[in-house]
Design a protein around this ligand. Structure first.
Ligand code: AMP
Ligand code: MG
Length: 418
């Protein structure tokens, strides 16, 4: 166990070393969206399966129409109309053509398609005015993917184009990595349930909801355990309820206050604690441990601290459990709009809004950075990372910003004037 304060990278290393990847399970095609592939998949047939027309036009023998010009067009005999979805039984003889629609298989004897716009037709003849190149306007069999070509590699993130490709190959079910069940327990005598009667000395439990939302957003399954009192017995009983899950998250009760019993309660339930202090702000008190192969995170109680700790430590672990290879949010360089002075030797995460002006990214803080001020978290779409060796940030300096979520795309929907 590390009793001293450790840095963020060490903490992440310890957590990920204890994080086992889940087993795989078979799901229907659409349910695989956003999951990590649990198997390699190769194409069992070529796509497209046959040469087909890329245009509405005329299937021709190139040698016949090569000399055509608008002044001296080549006339061909139309022997068939071929819509998409049908195969021609005809074979083209010299100076014959088949009127063909986009997607229809190329008839035997044809090697080129002339687009309709380059022809003029009357009755069962057509004049070719402009010859294309040999083989033009034909999509070749296998040009999308050849039989045996790799469509999906184990552990890649399945996105909508993969779903389309798998569907084209007739794949209805596939293996993906399982999603962990994550039990969430809030702690504190001052916390009351969201739908309980008003009480002048209590505040509503919001952490359970913000953390459940983050768990859901990461693709895992939240299980709400409710609220434990600041009482060892109650804590132990509630933590034990969470042991059927794959991951347990508590919030609150991990600092050095008189009633901060979470670490002791975890140890009493058999948890092996690995560390309990990380050099960051917000979120310095964070307990991490394991019970067998289950991960246990004791996050701080302050509403912003627990969310930022989740982002830095829990989310990467959940993504690893779900088989993903990319565990961290994207980081971008952005120009700081304000000065910042660090008070301590810690990594600071500043709530900022990143925006683009004339092709350059800027980051402006979203107000009060207190660890209970959820408002500035609501307005933020990123966290500016100020490393411990950087005491001062000057407006105009380029800083690294961790992009939190899709609100980066929703700049104009930020809450104003709060
Ligand atoms: P703690 O880490 O237990 O000392 O909690 C720090 C502060 O976070 C408390 O004083 C509360 O204001 C707040 N807090 C703790 N747990 C919750 C919760 N579940 N929902 C909302 N606020 C909380
Ligand atoms: Mg507390």
């Amino acid at each position: 166990m590390r009793t001293e304060m450790i840095n963020i990278d060490e903490a992440r290393g310890i957590i990920l070393n204890h994080t086992e990847i889940m087993d795989i399970e078979k799901v229907d095609l659409l349910s695989s969206l956003g999951r990590a592939a649990g198997e390699d998949i190769a194409a069992s047939f070529s796509l497209p399966p046959w040469d087909n027309s890329a245009m509405d036009g005329y299937a021709v023998r190139f040698e016949n129409i090569q000399p055509a010009t608008p002044d001296q067009p080549v006339e061909l005999k139309v022997i068939e109309d071929l819509p998409a979805g049908y195969i021609s039984k005809n074979r083209l003889s010299p100076f014959e053509t088949i009127r063909i629609m986009t997607g229809a298989p190329i008839p035997e004897g044809a090697d080129t398609v002339v687009m309709k716009e380059d022809t003029s037709s009357s009755g069962d003849t057509v004049k070719i005015l402009v010859p294309p190149h040999r083989g033009e306007n034909i999509r070749l069999a296998g040009e999308n993917i050849k039989k045996g070509g790799q469509v999906l590699r184990k552990r890649i993130l399945i996105r909508p184009p993969h779903i389309g490709m798998l569907a084209s190959l007739g794949i209805c079910y596939l293996f993906v990595y399982q999603r962990p069940r994550v039990a969430i327990l809030s702690t504190g005598d001052e916390i009351r349930e969201i739908d309980s009667a008003r009480n002048p000395s209590k505040i509503i439990n919001s952490n359970t909801y913000s953390i459940s939302a983050l768990v859901k957003e990461a693709g895992a399954i939240p299980i709400i355990l409710g609220i434990a009192r600041d009482d060892k017995k109650d804590l132990i009983a509630k933590i034990q309820k969470g042991l059927s899950a794959d991951v347990i998250i508590t919030t609150g009760g991990v600092s050095v206050g008189e009633y901060d019993y979470v670490k002791d309660a975890l140890e009493a339930t058999g948890a092996k604690i690995e560390f309990w202090k990380v050099a960051m702000r917000p979120g310095k008190p964070i307990t991490f441990g394991t019970i067998k192969d289950k991960l246990i995170f004791g996050l701080p109680g302050n509403p912003v601290s627990c969310m930022i700790s989740f982002e830095q430590f829990v989310r990467p672990a959940l993504l690893k459990k779900m088989g993903h290879k990319h565990l961290y949010r994207p980081c971008l360089w952005a120009t700081a709009k304000e000065d910042f002075q660090a008070k301590k030797n810690l990594t600071y995460f500043l709530r900022v809004r990143v925006f683009c002006q004339d092709g350059e990214l800027f980051a402006t803080t979203t107000g009060d950075q207190g660890s209970g001020i959820l408002r500035s978290m609501v307005q933020a779409n990123g966290l500016m990372i100020v490393p411990p060796d950087k005491k001062k940030v000057k407006a105009g300096e380029k800083m690294m910003v961790q992009i939190l979520d899709r609100s980066f795309e929703l700049e104009d929907q930020q809450i104003q004037d709060m």
